[in-house]
Write a protein that binds this ligand. Structure first.
Ligand code: C2E
Ligand code: CA
Ligand code: CA
Ligand code: CA
Length: 279
């Protein structure tokens, strides 16, 4: 047993060290990135399946790390959350998104809605509500055009805290959507106790609706139930025409994915927003 312990130690140690070093390095770089404003928002159009017009854009964070190119949020959001830097970064995301939607409005693109991703750690901080209020006023953004996306796990943990924050922001006119729906374990009925506007079905389900009867049945079931309790449904990660056809048949409300457009820098997405339709 003692020998085993020794071996475990030798195998375990370098791995842990590497992992921690990487984390510390990312964290150091993130602090610098905040100071030097190395972040940029890309926008992906969301299509209304009733008229096939663009309904909104989802803001997706990109980190332009000098010498390394664009870093995916999947790589740094977890570190940002753990270190607490997500609060500052999240505030900056909201500020950039508000500023961009206001700019589009000035250019005559006044129909567009904006979806912004929130991390749990971010929206459950003490000052979150005040920060949002302050930025809504500073940029004189119409709160009706804003929706915040939170994951189901984030929404249901500390349920009472979620309820308080969501209620407050909903009273201002902001909507909430449950992101990555289907990947957690909560039921729609339970989530409905929160003032939410709808759910976004995770792309892992959408990519299987063509090939798997079960996945199609699950998506169909979600849409049926959601509509019965007055929730909207967005499908994410739509990549093929066939997937789109199925989603239309099922009665899904909105869709986004590479079939329509990848996330784009603001100057590029603007052209699509002016056209209002993706051909
Ligand atoms: P998410 O909110 O589920 O966003 C959807 C992800 O799928 C995005 O990845 C998007 O670029 C990608 N995607 C869109 N269409 C397709 C498609 O047709 N096929 C495939 N395979 N992928 C598609 P991205 O931009 O790398 O973002 C990853 C995750 O990082 C997001 O997942 C979200 O959870 C998080 N994230 C992004 N921006 C922010 C942010 O500003 N704040 C926070 N807290 N999280 C963010
Ligand atoms: Ca999202
Ligand atoms: Ca997702
Ligand atoms: Ca697919």
């Amino acid at each position: 047993a003692k020998d085993n312990g020794k071996n475990d130690f030798q195998i375990f140690m370098p791995f842990m060290l590497m992992k921690n070093l990487k984390k510390i390095e990312i964290e150091k770089n993130l602090k610098k990135a905040i100071e030097e404003d190395q972040f940029e928002l890309y926008y992906q159009p969301v299509i209304n399946l009733k008229d096939m017009e663009i309904h909104s854009v989802e803001a997706l964070l990109r980190w332009n790390l000098p010498g390394k190119g664009m870093v995916s949020p999947l790589e740094f959001i977890p570190v940002a959350e753990e270190s607490g830097l997500i609060v500052k970064i999240g505030e900056m995301v909201i500020e950039k998104a508000f500023s961009d939607i206001k700019n589009w409005e000035r250019k005559g693109i006044d129909y567009i809605n904006m979806a912004i991703n929130l991390s749990v750690r971010q929206f459950k901080t003490k000052f979150f509500v005040d920060v949002v209020k302050k930025l809504i006023e500073r940029y004189s953004v119409d709160p009706q055009k804003i929706s915040f996306e939170i994951t189901e796990t984030g929404a249901v943990e500390n349920f009472d805290v979620s309820l308080k924050i969501l209620n407050f922001l909903c009273q201002m006119g902001i909507k909430f959507m449950i992101d990555d729906f289907g990947t957690g374990y909560s039921s729609l009925i339970y989530l409905r106790k929160l003032p939410i506007g709808g759910v976004k079905i995770d792309k892992s389900f959408i990519s299987e609706i063509e090939s798997s009867k079960e996945s199609r049945a699950i998506v169909e079931g979600i849409v049926l139930l959601a509509h019965k309790i007055d929730l909207k449904v967005v499908a994410e990660g739509v990549e093929t025409k066939k997937e789109l056809e199925i989603l239309k048949e099922i009665g899904c409300d909105f869709a986004q994915g590479y079939l329509f457009s990848k996330p784009l820098p603001k100057t590029e997405v603007e052209k699509l927003l002016i056209a209002k339709k993706i051909t």
